[in-house]
Design a binder for this molecule. Structure first.
Ligand code: N01
Length: 655
């Protein structure tokens, strides 16, 4: 973005008016209107364009062409005026207009409780308001005796590294892969991509104006993470091809003792004052146990371990699983395989979005890069379109009569729209519609993006099998009805061992308590998803009950967690305390609040099975909160919820 005080850049921008006028045609109306109000402050424009914006996506806007042209001209004229007068661009929009601006920009009512979060997320000044700054100067010597070990260099681990580096804190990231990226490195299956718009699904402190797609594929996202790591020279602090096998808290020494195994088999040890796990929830593939699996003679692999050596072109491929991964693989490989047999245990809901397939034009990239504040408003628009708006739809209305199929009036409405979409995409084929329509309410499992999945099902070389699998033979999958489905290659899109969080690491806290003893096989719990009693100086990013399943971006949640963790670290460093550990009461109070909130939500619906809940039916993975709630809960680290040891404010643990 042209910097607010860069008059030269602004002059250059408006100097080529022909180009500016042409490029502005690529701008979306809502963010461009926001630029005009932000810089010009004329509310009349809001009234003129508001009736034409009916929702937060660009395709919800139907402004007449003549009015659009007028808007573009007004923006260009205003920029020219700023350039000629040398006035500095205002960083903040006229605050008295902000409420109306947000409403018009999204075509919806944005409640006042969102304003702080929205301004923070837009980062208008470009100085990352989530950055945690020292409250008082910290001696180099103090920092020299403090170090953090981060496990994992995925989206979250890299961001954690960036923030630690900015604070001048020594850290090491242990990464089991040969490079950064985590899930975006490991998953390289055909069609792999994101289904949250990238101008929002990216760091708020480093917007990327060069996304080629609104919904990028794996390579683009992986390279974005890699670029962030490189730009911050994290490479020196990352130990690649090494894996943390064990971390034990040494209470006498007040530090973590960490065991690390290299891919070459060599082991080493490290100590750290603080350990931050950034391994996420979806890094260990879940292979099913199906009788005869080992007898299969062809290539067989999990989507997260795609075998690029296996030639699938012209072969008969069996795809087991139809979640987010399966739904992306299918349409990507159907055109090249001889036959694709899809084994579906239960159908998933999938929603269409016209932007899903669109590329970002060069002119649009230019606008994002050059028109002051345009990218910020565009990000806000996407942020709103894919976040809390859906939350009410996931709440069970106890008086709703049709509980099995939907939860409330809004949820029923969405169901209607989704059913209409499915029917139309499947050419109204009754058999395919029956097989593809979930019997549980929308959002019960993750809402997927329809990437032409349904159209793919109508292909003559695709079979959708809904009878359950009985066993596998050397060259076929046999279903319970006795039908033998010959296949040459088997793809398992069967998800991840999400509930067995932090597995297979051995993590032992104070008094010899291990994570597995504490959580059991599948009941992970953490205060605000980040801290556990008995595990001092251990923080989790993307931990229990932090998965976003109603909308939003996992990156947003990670940034909230990183801010909180950085404040906890600041508390340690500034006070000289040696450990910080959440108290039992706030921890258990939070668990209660989470469970109560979940009771009224779709994931607890008895008709829904998913990786979101454990064997006992407790939702362990998802956050029940709106983004604004979680952001507010984690904005300020509350030291009264924690026990500190050592240092100026630390109190010795009660015996
Ligand atoms: O895994 P899943 P995923 N026999 O657990 C089926 C993220 N993600 O890798 O529904 C037969 O959702 C299982 O059936 P059922 C995202 O958070 C994001 O697809 O349990 N089938 C289901 O169909 C997502 O939620 C993106 O009845 C078996 C499938 O396998 C998470 O990763 C892309 C079976 C597993 O679905 C996980 O998604 C990819 C068996 N024995 C992933 N066992 C995007 O952003 C399991 N199944 C786009």
């Amino acid at each position: 973005m042209t910097a607010p005080n860069d008059t030269q850049a602004l002059k250059a921008l408006v100097g080529d008016r022909v180009h500016l006028d042409e490029a502005l045609k690529a701008a979306d109306v809502a963010p461009l209107l926001m630029v005009l109000i932000h810089l010009g402050g004329d509310p009349a424009w809001l009234d003129r364009i508001a009736p034409h914006i009916q929702g937060p996506w660009s395709f919800h806007e139907h402004t007449p062409d003549a009015l659009k042209a007028e808007l573009r001209q007004a923006v260009a004229d205003l920029l020219a005026d700023y350039a000629s007068t040398g006035r500095q661009l205002p960083i903040t929009p006229p605050m008295h207009l902000l409420p109306r601006m947000l409403d018009v920009c999204t075509g919806q009512k944005v409640p006042a409780e969102y304003y702080p979060m929205v301004l923070e997320e837009m980062d208008l000044a470009g100085d990352d308001p989530k950055t945690v700054k020292w409250r008082e100067p910290v001696a180099r010597e103090t920092l020299d005796h403090f170090n953090v070990l981060v496990i994992g260099a995925g989206f979250s681990g890299v961001a954690m590294g960036i923030k630690l580096k900015e604070a001048g804190i020594a850290f090491t990231i242990i990464e089991k892969n040969e490079t950064v990226g985590g899930t975006w490195y490991e998953n390289s299956y055909p069609g792999c991509g994101v289904d949250t718009a990238n101008h929002f699904y990216s760091y708020s402190f480093n917007n990327n104006h060069d996304w080629d797609h609104f919904f990028a594929k794996r390579d683009e996202i992986f390279h974005y993470i890699q670029r962030n790591s490189d730009a911050n020279a994290l490479g020196d602090q990352i130990r690649y091809n090494e894996e943390v096998t064990s971390a034990e808290w040494d209470d006498a020494a007040q530090l973590w003792r960490v065991e690390i195994r290299g891919n070459d088999g060599k082991s080493s040890s490290a100590t750290a004052n603080v350990v931050v796990s950034a391994v996420g929830q979806l890094n260990r593939p879940q292979m099913p146990t199906i009788p005869g699996m080992d007898d299969f003679e062809g290539p067989a692999f999990h989507t997260a371990r795609w075998n690029h050596e296996a030639d699938i072109a012209g072969r008969r491929v069996g795809l087991i699983g139809t979640g987010a991964s399966g739904m992306q693989v299918g349409p990507a490989i159907a055109p090249i395989v001889d036959n694709l047999t899809i084994f579906q245990r239960s159908p998933h809901w999938a929603m269409a979005n016209p932007l899903y397939f669109e590329t970002v034009s060069d002119d649009k990239k230019w606008v994002l890069k050059n028109i002051p504040f345009y990218a910020k408003w565009f990000r806000f628009q996407l942020f709103w379109s894919s976040s809390d708006g859906f939350h009410p739809m996931l709440q069970i209305d106890p008086n709703w009569p049709d509980q099995k199929r939907s939860l409330n009036a809004a949820n029923a409405k969405i169901r209607e729209q989704l059913e209409a979409h499915i029917a139309s995409e499947l050419n109204h084929d009754p058999e395919l519609i029956r097989k593809s329509t979930p019997d549980y309410p929308p959002y019960g499992k993750r809402m997927l993006r329809d990437n032409h999945w349904y159209r793919m099902l109508t292909r003559t070389n695709v079979d959708l099998v809904t009878d359950h699998i009985d066993h596998i033979e050397k060259d076929a999958v046999v279903t319970k009805d006795g039908v033998r489905h010959p296949v040459d290659v088997l793809v398992f899109a069967t998800g991840f061992q999400a509930r067995r969080m932090l597995s297979p690491m051995h993590i032992q806290g104070r008094d010899g308590v291990t994570i597995r003893a504490s959580w059991g096989e599948d009941d992970p719990r953490a205060h605000l998803g980040m801290t556990m009693p008995g595990f001092p100086n251990l923080f989790l990013i993307y931990g229990p009950n932090t998965n976003l399943a109603h909308g939003g971006s996992a990156v947003f949640h990670s940034e909230c967690q990183i801010r909180y963790i950085m404040q906890a670290i600041r508390e340690l460093v500034e006070t000289g305390a040696t450990s910080v550990e959440v108290k039992e009461k706030p921890f258990w109070d939070y668990q209660e609040r989470v469970d109560v909130a979940h009771r009224g939500m779709v994931w607890s619906h008895p008709g829904v099975t998913s990786w979101y809940k454990n064997a006992a039916g407790r939702v362990t993975q998802n956050s029940p909160w709106r983004l604004v709630d979680y952001r507010n809960m984690t904005e300020v680290f509350d030291p009264t919820e924690y026990e500190f040891r050592g240092g100026a404010t630390g109190s010795e643990k009660a015996a």
